[in-house]
Design a protein around this ligand. Structure first.
Ligand code: AP5
Ligand code: MG
Length: 211
């Protein structure tokens, strides 16, 4: 199918779109943020190493993150393609990825600054992996499994500000990086979840038709 990278600011909707794409295209969804959070929850050596970094809104070192993704992409389920969410997010990571699995599509979900702040402020998570927003899901419990929803530790206002600063400085340059490789597609992510999904699907369907 396709090797897909989702780009976009914190709160742009990468995780939300990736969950829908995973169902539609039967591709594995690989979110480095989710992998780190699962390790933090389970108290693994990796989780212990990265917790303070993530709580400050900074980036986990490139070597560690690249090694983790390289291992994951070597699994058999990634042979037919994958959806990478939250990786790469530095030029060094993008260059490393070119060396072991060059993406065919880099889809940038472009969302206005005020919208990302609003989206992150209202985001609620479930331990089963579901993500909600208080504006569309008023209940404090997960609609899928009934567990109590919680807010991510790095979704506090000052940490969000730092994550947005890190995005501008270190991750935004990836837009030019992938444009120069001819694989960049930008979609307007300011609409609702469904309309953004239609735009992202159009890019993938267009790619699959010509390959
Ligand atoms: P990560 O988990 O990747 O966080 P992020 O990039 O900041 O992105 P978010 O998960 O906050 O946003 P999202 O785009 O997934 O939005 P979502 O779909 O949830 O990384 C966390 C940390 O881990 C990093 O800060 C770093 O420390 C570390 N890390 C991870 N990867 C790393 C790497 N490669 N290198 C180094 N360090 C790394 O949507 C947000 C909200 O909006 C939700 O409530 C959702 O319901 C709602 N929503 C979504 N779409 C819409 C829509 N279209 N309309 C209205 N509401 C919407
Ligand atoms: Mg996410």
């Amino acid at each position: 199918m396709a090797r897909i990278v989702l780009l976009g600011a914190p709160g742009a909707g990468k995780g939300t779109q990736a969950a829908l794409l995973k169902e539609k295209y039967a591709l594995p969804h690989i979110s480095t943020g989710d992998i780190f959070r699962a390790n933090i929850r389970e108290g693994t050596p990796l989780g212990i190493k990265v917790k303070a970094i993530i709580d400050r809104g900074e980036l986990v070192p490139d070597e560690l993150t690249v090694a983790l993704v390289k291992d994951r992409l070597a699994q058999p389920d990634c042979k037919k393609g994958y959806i990478l969410d939250g990786f790469p997010r530095t030029i060094a990571q993008a260059e490393a990825l070119e060396g072991f699995s060059a993406p065919e599509l880099a889809i940038d979900i472009d969302v206005d600054h005020e919208a990302v702040v609003r989206r992150i402020a209202g985001r609620r998570m479930c331990k089963c992996g579901e993500t909600y927003h208080t504006s569309t899901h008023a209940s404090a419990e997960c609609a899928k499994c009934g567990a109590k929803l919680y807010q991510r530790d790095d979704d506090k206002e000052d940490v969000v500000r730092e994550r947005l600063r890190v995005y501008e400085a270190q991750t935004k340059p990836l837009i030019d990086f992938y444009a120069s490789r001819g694989v960049l597609h930008t979609v307007d992510g300011n609409g609702g979840v469904e309309s953004t999904f239609a735009l992202v699907s159009e890019v993938i369907d267009g790619h699959n038709k010509v390959r």
